[in-house]
Design a protein around this ligand. Structure first.
Ligand code: PLP
Length: 364
């Protein structure tokens, strides 16, 4: 048996007629960049989340950058974010003119540990970027309380957490702004790069729309950037969106099966779902001391796995200038050599799940 890490082709085959028709429609209408298919998706996604505005962007990284420019970062401003994420979260802080301040993670959820945020706040701190990593919401009550107390903005990075909830409320609806990625492998994925910003703030929405479209169409009220969604991406996202709740359920079922098959396996720690969270399992990440040997053994059995991510952000050469030590981020540092992402996608079969779990059990 062969188990890929994700299988986007099987999802395409399930929706082939609708996707082919949608693409044909975009091409017939020559609505290649923005246009009605993108606008339709923006409205549908805003409605699904229950927010006022969805501003499409070329990708999730641009969405973070545009949001931070909109939130008014000035040189020297400090932004606190998690030590454990994809580099988009932190590189855009620097690009927008700010300074990255990393914070360690919670041992169980891999998300930013709110108990450590306040000690990172200085007179220069302007905002916090929580990342709902792997599909599980951060501790938003605590984060919003700290932000309110210190008058900081909150920008939620929801790239991995479409429709995840915290105490029944959707991620992306807590902070001043939030961003999503629709990279093909995401829970809601386009057929190329795509992303968006969501917000309930009319002024921020207007600013971000203008900035991402060259500072305004016709009248350039400022210099902006070019970050637009393609019509083809808007169309495929509109086809997929109605299926997303079922796909989230399917991912939760897969996670439940893995956990019940692996939770008694010695040396393997299965993911923890914190209280009040509805996890959407973009990734199913186990922890084990024998990570590299297990990964190698699974590869030999035709089981694809991934490392999300091989290093915690402060320990990449890109952040050597910050001069951090492992003891600055004990959890993020410990996790980087112990985490292993198992194959997960809505269409994975029970036989595949059993096969992956049995190979892990046999390895031990
Ligand atoms: C946590 C996180 N933030 C931001 C991004 C950036 O999204 P994109 O790849 O669409 O630029 C990603 C996706 O890779 C991500 O996983």
């Amino acid at each position: 048996m062969k188990v890929p890490f994700v299988d986007l082709h099987v999802q395409y085959l399930n929706l082939k007629d609708e996707i082919d028709a949608a693409f044909k429609n975009v091409i017939n209408n020559t609505s290649f960049v923005r246009g009605p298919f993108v606008e339709q998706f923006e409205s549908a996604w805003a409605e699904k989340l229950g927010v006022k505005h969805c501003i499409s962007c070329a990708n999730g990284t641009d969405a973070l950058y545009v949001s931070m420019k909109g939130l008014g970062i000035k040189p020297g401003d400090e932004v606190i974010t998690t030590a454990h994420s994809w580099i988009s979260t932190s590189e855009t802080i620097t690009q927008a003119g700010g300074r990255v301040v990393f914070c360690d993670t919670d041992e169980e959820t891999f998300n930013i540990n709110p108990a450590l945020i306040e000690e990172k706040i200085t007179s220069k701190t302007v905002g916090i970027i929580p990342v709902h990593l792997y599909g599980q919401a951060c501790e938003m009550d605590a984060i919003m309380k700290i932000a309110g107390k210190h008058n900081l903005w909150v920008l939620e990075d929801c790239a991995q957490a479409h429709l995840a909830t915290y105490r029944g409320q959707r991620v992306g609806t807590f902070g001043n702004m939030a961003t999503f990625s629709f990279y093909p492998g995401k829970n809601l994925g386009a057929y190329g790069d795509a992303g968006c910003i969501v917000t309930n703030d009319d002024q921020l929405a207007n600013w971000a729309t203008t900035y991402a479209r060259h500072g305004g169409k016709g009248e350039h009220v400022m210099e902006g950037i070019n970050s637009r969604m393609d019509g083809l991406q808007g169309a495929v996202l509109s086809v997929k969106l109605p299926h997303l709740p079922d796909w989230c359920d399917a991912r939760r079922r897969v996670a439940k099966s893995y956990t019940s098959l692996l939770e008694d396996t010695e040396g393997v720690e299965t993911p923890v779902i914190a209280s009040g969270r509805e996890h959407v399992f973009h990734l199913y990440v186990i922890k084990t001391d024998k990570r590299d040997a297990l990964r190698q053994s699974l590869a030999e059995k035709n089981i694809a796995t991934a490392l999300n991510y091989p290093k915690a952000l402060p320990f990449y050469p890109a952040y050597a200038y910050l001069g951090h030590q492992p003891s600055d981020f004990p959890n993020a540092y410990a996790h980087q050599s112990r985490i292993l992402s198992l194959p997960i996608y809505p269409e994975i079969t029970d036989e595949m799940i059993d096969y992956v779990a049995s190979q892990i059990r046999q390895f031990n």
